[in-house]
Write a protein that binds this ligand. Structure first.
Ligand code: FPP
Length: 264
């Protein structure tokens, strides 16, 4: 696990104020992405149904949003439902969809009060009609909020996103709206769901699995990865601060040498 190989493992005993004092406010990630794994195991450990783990997981989402606003992090992306998650038992899929709907209903006011812009990526057309309606309402009403963008990946898959983008670009080529010479990485990226959002600087995956599971495949080319054994419902402010400290200890070279980076 990366969290055991890097410096932050000796800091668990520090309190929140001490951890915040260690963070350089000028070098915060602009965009943090999360794979919220381990809800099922959290519930099983307590002899509870899996959905109880997802419900508790929403409390972690709330905690992380609040802390991020306090610190000044501008974009958060949560992998709430993957294209592969449709294969889960029907009652779990239905329960996740109703959780999502009630989350949107309950949080709209708080989003307005706290300057949160709601955004989604993924194949939204695959979601149930009632969820789609709430997504549309919350997205529209929060569109001008500036403090933080809360981006939910819903029915999302990185390969699906890249394939859809390639198809849309091919259609534009066919209709002579685009010429082959125009196609660059930046140009292609405009066809992705994340057009307009910065790439994630940091991706955090909980629960001890060390893989990226079809999440933001294009966007994570240079993202720092942080893996922790903590299950998502237990991933709260303290854990997030440890992850940020771990992130700030990394040297982001983007292909350059260490000497070049440190000379700048
Ligand atoms: C993975 O844990 C988690 C999910 C597939 C869903 C995550 C969804 C939420 C936290 C709730 C929805 C969020 C919002 C904000 C409405 P898992 O079920 O795979 O856990 P396991 O690996 O321990 O079984």
């Amino acid at each position: 696990m990366i969290d055991e190989q890097t410096g932050s493992q000796n800091m668990e005993h520090l309190d929140e104020g001490e951890l915040i004092a260690l963070i350089d406010k000028d070098r915060l990630p602009r965009h943090v992405a999360f794979i919220m794994d381990g809800n099922g195991r959290w519930a099983r450990d307590r002899y509870l149904p899996r959905i109880a783990g997802h419900k508790q997981g929403i409390e972690s989402v709330r905690d992380i949003i609040k802390l991020s606003i306090e610190l000044g992090i501008k974009v958060l992306t949560f992998y709430a439902f993957s294209v592969e998650n449709w294969r889960r038992p029907e009652d779990e899929v239905n329960a996740l969809m109703s959780l999502l709907e009630s989350y949107l209903q309950n949080e709209l006011r708080g989003m307005m009060e706290n300057g949160i812009r709601f955004y989604t990526i993924g194949r939204g057309n695959e979601l149930p009609e009632s969820v789609r309606k709430w997504i549309e309402k919350v997205t529209n009403e929060t569109r001008d909020n500036k403090k933080l963008t809360l981006n939910m990946a819903l029915s999302y898959g990185g390969r699906a996103e890249i394939t859809d983008a390639a198809k849309a670009m091919a259609q534009d080529l066919k209709n002579n709206k685009v010429s082959i010479e125009e196609i660059t990485e930046e140009f292609f990226a405009r066809y992705l769901n994340t057009n307009g959002l910065p790439d994630p600087d940091l991706m955090i995956r909980t629960s001890g699995e060390a893989r990226i599971s079809n999440f933001l495949l294009w966007q994570m080319a240079y993202t720092e990865l942080h893996f922790t054994k903590t299950l998502w419902p237990d991933f709260r402010r303290h854990e997030m601060l440890l992850a940020l400290i771990d992130y700030q200890r990394r040297e982001r070279r983007f292909g350059r040498t260490s000497e070049q980076v440190n000379r700048r």
